[in-house]
Design a protein. Structure first.
Length: 198
């Protein structure tokens, strides 16, 4: 298992839907950060230093009614290849939180992705584990299933485009739910991965 670090980021400007009990006026986003290092984590050093960067940043969106931890093997592999990989658990539909998932909250996920990108870039510009670790000009997005839809919207739909995203990989995603224009001129490169037995 490669090194990772857990953080919680709170966006006070947007709310969280009720999932069996009351919602919230803010969005608390539990986030796992995977990163390259020159030494393996150990019991004595569970968060070894990030290898000298800066590294490209990938924000990864999990699918509906699953959590980001389910993708750990993929995300650890990406990090070992020379990326900082951030995997938020979306407040509306990750199973990391109690209550039933709320699929309509998918519309909030591109905003969550942009918010987490901002927080990671800020962390790279201050002392701490990620100090100097992220190249703010090399940001990508990726996601699986409904997370692929959110990742696509974050880079290719006029509702939600984050201009910091320079490329995306969409894993069995679609294009539903977002009302803006898909793929306006000037959008960045994208790779779609689809299959008949997803």
């Amino acid at each position: 298992m490669g090194p990772s670090s857990n953080r919680a980021f709170v966006d006070p400007t947007r709310g969280t839907p009720a999932r069996g009990s009351g919602g919230s006026g803010e969005r608390a986003i539990a986030t796992t950060i995977y990163y390259p290092t020159t030494i393996a984590p150990s019991e004595q050093n569970p968060e070894p230093r990030v290898a000298t960067g800066p590294w490209p940043l990938i924000v990864f969106a999990h699918g509906y009614a699953i959590d980001a931890a389910a993708y750990a093997p993929l995300l650890e592999d990406l990090a070992s290849g020379g990326y900082i990989v951030v995997a938020p658990d979306f407040p509306g539909n990750s199973t990391a939180y109690p209550g039933g998932a709320v699929r309509s909250d998918l519309l909030q996920q591109p905003g969550d992705m942009s918010f987490v990108i901002t927080k990671l870039i800020e962390a790279s510009q201050t002392p701490g584990l990620l100090s100097g670790a992220i190249d703010p000009n090399a940001v990508g997005s990726s996601g699986h299933s409904d997370g692929g839809v959110a990742a696509a919207a974050s880079a290719y739909n006029t509702c939600c485009i984050d201009p910091r995203i320079k490329a995306s990989v969409i894993l069995t995603g679609g294009s539903f739910g977002f009302d803006g224009q898909w793929f306006p001129p000037g959008t960045p490169p994208v790779m779609f991965v689809h299959g008949t037995a997803d």
